[in-house]
Design a protein. Structure first.
Length: 481
């Protein structure tokens, strides 16, 4: 963990107060920063400020991106909910913890020692009031909460949509125009009530929205916004997989770690199914954005807006046909890129876009740094405070992403290297080839780049195989040392 002194951050705040006295008004109740921590499940880069899809409509997240520091190339530690959240909340890379998938063997309380404290517990131990609702951890973590509600059921009836045999992605229209009739709407209500309270201590309030996780259910108004006839599908060349190694083709055509179902073939064979699914994902993403907006409005209306750090993140990306793949569980751009915004009082980079690659793994050390928390354990990742202080800071740190033992991606600069457990690789210039259509791994002009990125690949990792991963045993490997 890199941890520059908080003094420099406070100094920047002081400069902001002197130069822009109307910009920041610090609460007189206590000097500590509060934290509003917003997680959105399965939200990829189909949000307005990232431009992942031209019909993505997320005005509230976009407003936060304009007010705070918008990290435009943020990546998950792993492209699956469980290991990504475990890495973020415990401050440890998936390849070091051995958390790779959704199986009880990957439960953080079983594979990570009690000495590695979760983020919320560090805040609680530092004198913060800690409250959470919804999906923050994937596996239950009871430590570190003064109040916590995992789910609050909704009451809206759902119209289910069955697209045909073989299509295992579901969606439905909720028969209400009142977001508070839904489960996520009630989570937002709970968080709003927390923000309306009188707090005697600084707080860490976390809300984990479930949508746009499957099934893609949202109130009717979010579906009605999108005319099915105008839905734009992702660009997916028919020959897109031809330059991939066999391991890449396996990851494209199967839910590695779950099943061998070829979602894309089943969807492509049903007329109109692809369009309906894209609309459903866009609708539930806008629904999630509306709940984010309600919580942010409550913060602005509270006594705490001036000294509260807001952190918004999605836990990984999501494919909707790109690379002829659906769902998460890939090491490509669409499966790993996600929204990530920090709005910190007085941060000199507020209102700026940071385009260098960063990781969700950086959230824990950044908050520890900002809030000056006492932490004795090792934290993976980097404090992003230098970028919050100066968006022009030199930053060439690699982002490492893992999916199961031995499979890694490295994002650095404009490049992505994917290294599979069998030794095969893919190399893309994401800046010139954002769809990752041209695998340059064997191109003679880019071997020095490939070699440089290989230097950042982990040389050692824990080999823990859950039941689902054993169906793909040849897609994983033990470390060679």
């Amino acid at each position: 963990m890199e941890s520059p002194s908080r003094y420099m951050y406070v100094l920047c705040m002081a400069v902001a107060l002197i130069c822009f006295p109307t910009t920041v008004v610090v609460s007189q109740d206590f000097k500590d920063f509060n934290v509003l921590f917003i997680a959105v499940d399965d939200l990829n880069d189909w949000v307005g400020y990232l431009g992942g899809h031209p019909q993505g409509y997320t005005p509230n997240i976009d407003t936060l991106a304009k007010e705070g520091v918008a990290f435009t190339h943020a990546y998950c530690p792993a492209p699956v909910c469980g290991p990504s959240r475990t890495a973020l909340m415990y401050g440890i890379f998936p390849h070091r913890s051995g958390s790779y998938g959704h199986d009880e063997i990957y439960n953080a309380r079983k594979i990570i020692g009690d000495a590695q404290l979760p983020l919320n517990l560090v805040f609680q131990n530092s004198g913060y009031y800690t409250a959470g609702c919804g999906k923050i951890f994937h596996y239950p973590e009871k430590r570190g909460w003064d109040e916590y509600r995992r789910q609050i059921g909704g009451v809206a009836a759902k119209t289910k949509n069955n697209l045909g045999k073989g299509i295992q992605l579901g969606f439905g229209v909720l028969d209400t125009d009142n977001d508070s009739d839904t489960g996520d709407g009630r989570l937002a209500d709970w968080a709003i009530e927390q923000l309306q309270r009188r707090h005697e201590k600084p707080f860490f309030i976390a809300i984990g929205l479930h949508k746009p996780h499957l099934p893609w259910d949202a109130p009717k108004k979010y579906f009605d916004r999108l005319d099915l006839k105008t839905i734009q599908l992702p660009e997916v060349p028919e020959d897109d997989l031809e330059d991939l190694p066999e391991a890449g083709k396996l990851f494209a055509r199967a839910k590695v770690g779950f099943s061998r179902v070829d979602d894309h073939q089943a969807i492509a064979e049903v007329d109109g199914a692809w369009e309906k699914l894209v609309r459903a994902y866009l609708a539930t993403s806008t629904f999630a954005d509306a709940n984010v907006g309600r919580v942010l409005d409550a913060l602005k209306a509270s006594d705490y807006s001036a000294n509260t750090i807001v952190v918004l993140w999605g836990d990984h990306g999501w494919h909707l046909g790109e690379k002829q793949h659906w769902r998460k569980m890939s090491l490509w751009e669409r499966g790993t890129r996600t929204p990530f915004i920090i709005k910190a009082p007085g941060a000199m980079a507020n209102g700026k876009r940071i385009n260098v690659p960063v990781s969700l793994q950086d959230i824990y050390p950044t908050l520890v740094n900002l809030c000056e928390l006492e932490v004795e354990q090792k934290l993976d990742g980097n404090s992003l405070v230098p970028l919050l202080m100066n968006p022009e800071s030199d930053w060439d740190k690699p982002v490492v992403i893992s999916h199961g033992p031995g499979n890694f991606a490295v994002r650095k600069g404009s490049w992505r290297l994917i290294h599979y457990a069998d030794g095969s690789e893919e190399l893309y210039n994401v800046e010139t080839d954002p769809g990752e259509f041209s695998n340059l791994a064997n191109h003679p002009d880019f071997q020095s780049t490939r070699t440089e990125l290989q230097e950042h690949l982990p040389r050692n990792w824990r080999y823990i195989m859950g039941k689902r991963f054993k169906n793909f045993e040849n897609a994983f490997a033990k470390p060679q040392q």
